[in-house]
Ligand binder design. Structure first.
Ligand SMILES: [Zn+2]
Length: 281
């Protein structure tokens, strides 16, 4: 299948009352393992390349490999750039064939966030690329992005409303109490805020920091209007734990990669079932 634009993929999820899962894909093996789960469950899926991959110099080559795999897949796949804060990086991602772009200007004051989101929408217009913006700061650590608990905070409803009056991204991440990384204490998620923003007629909503949230919380978030759920930290941990176990058992390099891929496939399949996206290809 050709690579799919983020915008219609999430619009269908919003309308259908389910969510599409995003998996942060640091290597080809992870992408292949996630696609295996998506194919089995006949679920649309988002493969995201994050800031750590670009820092390591692999944005374009990994994107090329994942695109080749996505084109051979029998389910819709979006190739998404996660947490970009740079227009030049976004231009490189457009050249590399991404079909979703997240502009994270959430560290800036509202007016600058609106301006940057507009610019990225203009860059992506007519190119079949969906744009995700972020409001409020999600706490925690992901790749090179570090947000302390002091800087983080839930976004107010008035801010969301003011933002959407000025700019209309295809998807919107709102800080509602989740955090990047693994939770050290149970998160307090503002489900009422998610519902309120959805009822405002907001674009499809995105929940960052899905790692470590219980099935019950994830299902409740979807019921309130979340249309995209992001998994990064937990997936990396599953992969790394499997590699360490395989290394300890001295099974050899290729078998170790294969057992890590199996663990990732199982993980992705569990999350895809929770999102309700199985069978929605
Ligand atoms: Zn995130």
């Amino acid at each position: 299948m050709t690579i799919q634009n983020l915008a219609p993929m999430l619009a269908a999820a919003s309308a259908g009352g389910y969510a599409v899962a995003q998996f942060n894909t640091d290597t080809l093996e992870i992408g292949q393992a996630v696609l295996r789960a998506a194919a089995t469950l006949r679920a649309p899926v988002i493969l995201a390349i994050g800031q750590g991959v670009d820092r390591a110099g692999r944005l374009a080559p990994l994107a090329a490999g994942l695109r080749t795999m996505a084109e051979a897949a029998e389910v819709p796949v979006c190739l998404h750039l996660d947490h970009s804060e740079s227009l030049s990086q976004i231009q490189r991602a457009i050249q590399a064939g991404f079909s979703g772009i997240m502009i994270d200007a959430s560290a800036h004051p509202l007016a600058a966030n609106i301006e940057q989101t507009r610019r990225v929408l203009a860059l992506c217009a007519g190119r079949n690329i969906g744009v995700e913006a972020e409001l409020g700061r999600v706490a925690g650590v992901e790749d090179d992005l570090v947000v302390s608990e002091d800087e983080a905070g839930k976004v107010g409803f008035a801010t969301v409303s003011a933002f959407l009056e000025k700019v209309r991204p295809d998807a919107l991440a709102v800080a509602v109490g989740t955090a990047h990384g693994l939770y050290t204490r149970p998160p307090e998620i503002d489900f009422a805020l998610i519902r309120q923003v959805r009822d405002l007629g907001a674009p499809p909503l995105v929940l960052h920091g899905g790692s470590g949230l219980s099935e019950e919380i994830l299902r409740e978030a979807i019921a309130c209007g979340i249309a995209k759920l992001n998994f990064a930290t937990e997936l990396r941990k599953v992969c790394l734990d499997a590699l360490v176990a395989a290394a300890t058992s001295q099974s050899g390099f290729m078998p170790a990669l294969a057992s890590a891929a199996d663990a990732v496939t199982d993980f992705a399949a569990r999350k895809l079932e929770i999102t309700g996206s199985a069978g929605k290809r």
